[in-house]
Write a new protein. Structure first.
Length: 245
């Protein structure tokens, strides 16, 4: 299988592993964002640092495709999270507190040649002219529980809908809700919808980047009588414009 037969959307996401002192900690998802020639890996901030759970990795590794004619060929690409004791990743915040999105710049010159990937760009972010309605179909592209096509190193896709008013900060926070079946390991996945406007029709890949999947959303409930809500937090992707300057 070669890149000509693969949907570009699937090449935007990367399987991510976290490490501390050489020991594997967790698996997660991430995706590529390209701005002004600079390449960034985007994921959930709690993948890179999470004080409540005691999660303090010092290194991450992503899996790269290195052969456009044979997607079964891949290699790991390692990135340190700290330099001289200071984090090299950036995280967002606003008046309501931390935003669960983190980015780390990828040194493009250090990537193997060739490296096969696709990246979202600022043009993939919805504009004020885009109408994103509640109930609109979205895809979450990632690696739930680490599950993926282990031969071709491809993510899997969950389908859902927007479950809160897009554009409003749900409960005053910088996220909206999706209704999709998700699992651990999907944190950091891009949440996208098909670009259907005249402006979006020229996008490559032809998707709008709406958010960054973070975690499942639940409430206090009777575990014997009530099922989980099945809702998820997706932080608005426009935070990337503040994090990739």
């Amino acid at each position: 299988m070669n890149t000509w037969s693969v949907e570009p959307l699937l090449l935007t996401s990367a399987r991510l592993s976290t490490f501390r002192q050489g020991r594997v900690l967790t698996g997660a998802s991430g995706f590529y964002f390209l701005r002004d020639g600079r390449l960034f890996l985007v994921t959930s901030r709690h993948v890179l640092f999470d004080e409540p759970s005691g999660h303090f990795p010092d290194r991450i590794e992503i899996e790269l495709h290195i052969d456009g004619d044979n997607l079964a060929r891949s290699t790991g690409f390692s990135m340190l999270l700290y330099r001289n004791g200071k984090p090299v990743w950036r995280q967002g915040g606003d008046g309501s507190g931390d935003i669960d999105v983190g980015v780390i710049e990828i040194e493009r010159a250090a990537l193997p040649e060739p490296t096969i990937y696709r990246a979202f760009m600022p043009d993939h972010l919805p504009s004020a002219f885009e109408t994103i309605e509640t109930g609109a179909s979205v895809l979450v592209v990632g690696f739930p529980l680490g599950f993926h096509d282990t031969l071709h190193h491809m993510p899997v896709v969950r389908q859902g809908v927007i479950a809160s008013s897009f554009g409003l900060r749900f409960q005053g926070q910088g996220y909206f809700l999706t209704d999709a079946r998700t699992h651990r390991g999907a944190s950091g996945s891009p949440v996208v919808t098909r670009a259907v406007s005249a402006e979006g029709s020229t996008l490559d890949p032809p998707w709008l980047l709406l958010g960054v999947h973070s975690t499942r959303f639940d409430v206090a409930r009777d575990l014997d009588r009530d099922e989980a809500l099945g809702l998820n937090c997706a932080w608005y992707a426009d935070i990337l414009m503040s994090l990739t300057w």
